[in-house]
Design a protein around this ligand. Structure first.
Ligand code: PLP
Length: 216
């Protein structure tokens, strides 16, 4: 597939769901993709990218940012507290706020810097032991804590279990966001972004459908 096809499918999904055109942000997930594939998508005019590792992003995005105007980067993978400062320098949004310690570190750095990326709380909607994220029944309390730290909380994010029907997970995430007065919903990947849009996604994270299969 290609960027053009995905953009067109996204527009159709927005329209089918009665959503305004352009209301869903397409994050092109470039993690592990070779630079020539990333450059091709930049050449086609796309400027919003997702990476899952701070170090990988630090290594290659400054060059692209010197060559192309207006790039914004979203961190979609786990963030260690010792990388928080670097992440805040590089990313416009962090989708993986998944524990109190990280919230405290981000809050301290945000005070110091006077700015902070937009934050999404990662929710472990499938309650999977091996997966990061706040358990659904802890979300309300964690939202309260994050707000008390004066952090810019934009919304919630989830990665449904592999091989599960994603729709119930997207619905649960939308419910949790609505009852906490949060408008941002980061959900939907290559295989299910249209379902996510139908259920209210504001940010979809699409990798392999745009760039091709990840080889790394
Ligand atoms: C890799 C990744 C994606 C993109 O996955 P695709 O299936 O390639 O679209 C989206 N979100 C997160 C958190 C990821 O790690």
């Amino acid at each position: 597939m290609s960027l053009a096809e995905i953009t067109e499918r996204l527009q159709r999904a927005e329209s089918a769901a009665g959503r305004a055109p352009g209301s869903v942000t397409l994050i092109a997930v470039s993690k592990v993709q070779p630079p020539d594939r990333v450059a091709r998508v930049l050449e086609q005019g796309h400027r919003i990218f997702g990476e899952n590792r701070v170090q990988e992003a630090q290594g290659r995005w400054p060059d692209f940012q010197a060559r192309y105007e207006g790039i914004t980067l979203h961190l979609i993978g786990p963030l260690q507290t010792n990388k928080a400062r670097a992440a805040m320098d590089l990313f416009e949004a962090i989708h993986s706020l998944d524990r109190p310690k990280l919230a405290q570190t981000l809050a301290r750095l945000a005070q110091e810097r006077g700015t902070c990326p937009d934050l999404f709380i990662q929710v472990n909607t499938g309650e999977e032991a091996q997966k990061a994220g706040i358990a659904p029944d802890q979300v309300d309390a964690f939202v309260t804590d994050v707000r008390a730290l004066d952090l810019p909380l934009e919304g919630l994010m989830c990665i449904p279990p592999v091989d599960a029907d994603p729709a119930p997970h997207f619905r649960l995430l939308a419910e949790l966001a609505a009852r906490n007065g949060l408008s941002g919903l980061s959900m939907g990947m290559s295989d299910d972004f249209e379902t996510a849009v139908a259920l209210g996604a504001t940010h979809v994270r699409v990798g392999s459908a745009i760039f091709g299969a990840r080889t790394g």
